[in-house]
Design a protein around this ligand. Sequence first.
Ligand code: FAD
Length: 310
Amino acid sequence: MTILLLADHDGNHLSDQTAKALTAASQIGSDVHVLVAGKAAKAAAEQAAKLSGVSKVLLAESDELANNLAEPLADLIVSLGGSYDTIVSAATSVGKTVLPRVAALLDVAQVSEIIEVVSPDTFKRPIYAGNAIQTVQSTDARKVITIRTASFSPAPTGLPAAVESISTAALSSGLSTFVSDAMSSNDLPELTSAKIIISGGRALGSSEKFRELILPVADRLGAAVGASRAAVDAGYAPNDWQIGQTGKVVAPQLYIACGISGAIQHLAGMKDSEVIVAINKDADAPIFQVADYGLVGDLFEVLPDLEAAF
Ligand code: FAD
């Protein structure tokens, strides 16, 4: 069985999401080809080739593939699809945009955000915001799967595989157009790959207090910053900091939840963290049920003390 893995990259760098998705792909089948598509993606392709378990890297370069638009990327994958039984991607924003289109074009049902490979056609995935785990068997001849990378460790590096340039004729263009890419500018680590995350909730009360209390501690710990949806909706934190069912799913070594109640939708995004610390003034807050360490106290006192302690 040969598997096609869509790489996640920015042209120059392969994200560690690809190495994690590769671990899952290698559990589905032993022959994994990685597709690196972009305008100028040779550097990322060379990094993909060094991952252990990759038997070949397909490098597709063209103007249409410059910005990960779903239509040309899905066309490219479908044009290659005949050679592959299974097509997978990390459940990143690109993977979650492109693979449903691939599944629709192939007329198969996508299996989304798997957290475990039971067998080549059977997978576990969370439902109801992670409160139940569903075991899904796909009977489609060709399987299209996205992978929740927080559940898989990254594949190590190994002997380099061959990089083969492939033709990119007849890709859709014009159905959607790239306008701009606005990256939030800060020096904080990236949320989905951070080893430590400190998150703030509604209790912070304002954007100013969120930054005044959370950022210095994040800085001391070298942590990424997350937020509950209530904090994001209230404008205390930017949208791309949201953790949870409708935000990012993370599994850092240490997750510190500050003034977050622990609603199931928030837990869905962080409960696989190795160690969870909760700071909340309500001893009955649900977050304490998943916390390894809990501190009942007022975060407006605790966080400055914590910062001063480092
Ligand atoms: P609250 O629930 O208001 O909790 C605030 C907490 O702060 C309380 O526990 C309180 O005791 C504590 N507190 C107050 N003052 C202090 C103080 N001074 N010191 C210490 N502690 C204090 N939520 C997410 O986070 N992520 C999601 O992705 C998400 N997706 C959702 C999807 C759907 C479809 C729905 C319906 C909801 C979703 N939610 C999500 C919202 C979720 O249900 C909760 O409303 C939200 O997580 C609550 O955020 P919070 O814990 O910051 O606020």
